[in-house]
Design a protein around this ligand. Structure first.
Ligand code: PMV
Length: 362
């Protein structure tokens, strides 16, 4: 869709430069789980873009002196060389050369870092791949002036981010973003995400999503392996149908502000995601005992106080606690007194629906 063999440089006149983007993570309410082809989703998904959990990536470029064919990259993460991350990035950059053929002609320097500790067990692929995709689209535009149209720029950045990590395509937009074909949202596509903000009821615009770190450990099963296991999962077909039906229901409550139904769908989606992992072959469990304790406490607190506080989960043990801004003063003491002591090293991140990526000065 975005392959472009014409994007070749005259290196004799190519300048050097630096590009700096900060891009957030996102939390899905309808979960993407199961894929086909090159990162196409088996079902539609929709997410809140976060504000405080982000990656900052600085991309430096200069014309290569020796015009070998490979990707030439220096890479540091939080100021230190990281061979594992670098190898992954080189592989990814190689795979997208039909989109950005000029990558062969440049020497690149990538300096990347997250706002949250790498060890926190928070999925960083959405923020890191979206930050990199944004840097690459800005690079194309600086060199060829081909992405002056903001809508086209975002679409291409989302497309490229998707190739790096499916869920990353939704991080390009502030507020909410939807990805995957669905009749519930006009324009929704498998190739890239689209923003959903315009139709969102006010109550969701500053919704909170506090991230409670139940365990900081590395995941025992990567999401790549998890997606692959959906191919043999007995519940796969009904799950994809369910996700489609839920998209319709959720879009309705996102428009009308019915927070109770919103919370019911969000919790059920989280538990469905983990149920799919538990029913895969081989089966696996990513929740930890304290994840379940926190879920019980949230449900008890809700039943007692009638406050609209809900949870969702990523493909990991950490709880995302969802609640509207107007109950923050009641909910915060509950979180700090009852949930935070269940977190590893008392670690948690106060987060909320954010405004999306930002290009920073270099
Ligand atoms: O983007 P991936 O391939 O790491 O998949 C992540 C999928 C979930 O985070 C579990 C759900 C989602 O839609 O973000």
């Amino acid at each position: 869709m975005f392959d472009n063999p014409a994007l070749i440089l005259n290196t004799a006149t190519t300048p050097s430069g630096t590009i700096n983007w900060k891009s957030p993570s996102n939390i899905a309410l309808i979960k993407y789980w199961g894929k086909y082809g090159v990162q196409f989703p088996r079902n539609p998904s929709i997410s809140f873009t976060l504000e405080n959990a982000f990656t900052q990536t600085i991309l430096g470029y200069e014309p290569k002196t020796n015009q070998g064919d490979g990707i030439s990259l220096d890479f540091t993460f939080h100021g230190e060389e990281n061979e594992a991350f670098k190898t992954k990035m080189v592989k990814f950059l190689e795979s997208i050369r039909p989109i950005f053929p000029f990558l062969n002609q440049l020497h690149l320097t990538v300096k990347s870092g997250n706002s949250f500790p790498h060890s926190a067990g928070i999925a960083s692929s959405a923020s890191s791949m979206s930050a990199l995709a944004l840097c690459l689209c800005t690079l194309e535009d600086e060199l060829f002036q081909t992405l002056q149209d903001d809508t086209l720029f975002d679409k291409k950045a989302s497309y490229v981010a998707r190739l790096g990590s499916g869920s990353a395509c939704r991080s390009i937009y502030g507020g909410m973003a939807a990805w995957g074909e669905t009749s519930a949202i006009i324009g929704a596509a498998n190739e890239y995400a689209i923003p959903f903000e315009e139709e969102m009821h006010d109550v969701y615009k500053n919704f909170h999503d506090d991230i409670l770190i139940a365990s900081q450990g590395e995941k025992s099963v990567s999401s790549r392996a998890g997606h692959a296991l959906m191919e043999g999962n007995a519940y796969a077909a009904p799950r994809y149908q369910q996700a489609n039906d839920r998209m319709q229901q959720l879009v309705e409550v996102l428009k009308n502000g019915d927070v109770e139904t919103f919370g019911k769908i969000a919790e059920n989606e989280a538990l469905t995601l983990h149920a799919l992992m538990m029913t895969s072959d081989p089966s696996y469990i990513l929740m930890r005992p304290n994840s379940l304790k926190m879920i019980e406490l949230i449900r008890d607190y809700r039943a007692t106080t009638k406050h609209p506080i809900y949870f969702t989960l990523d493909a990991g043990p950490n709880l995302h606690v969802l609640y509207p801004e107007n109950i923050i003063h009641e909910v915060r003491p509950f979180i700090e007194e009852q949930l935070v002591p269940l977190c590893e090293d008392n670690m948690w991140i106060s987060d909320w629906v954010g405004e999306g990526p930002e290009q920073l000065d270099t």
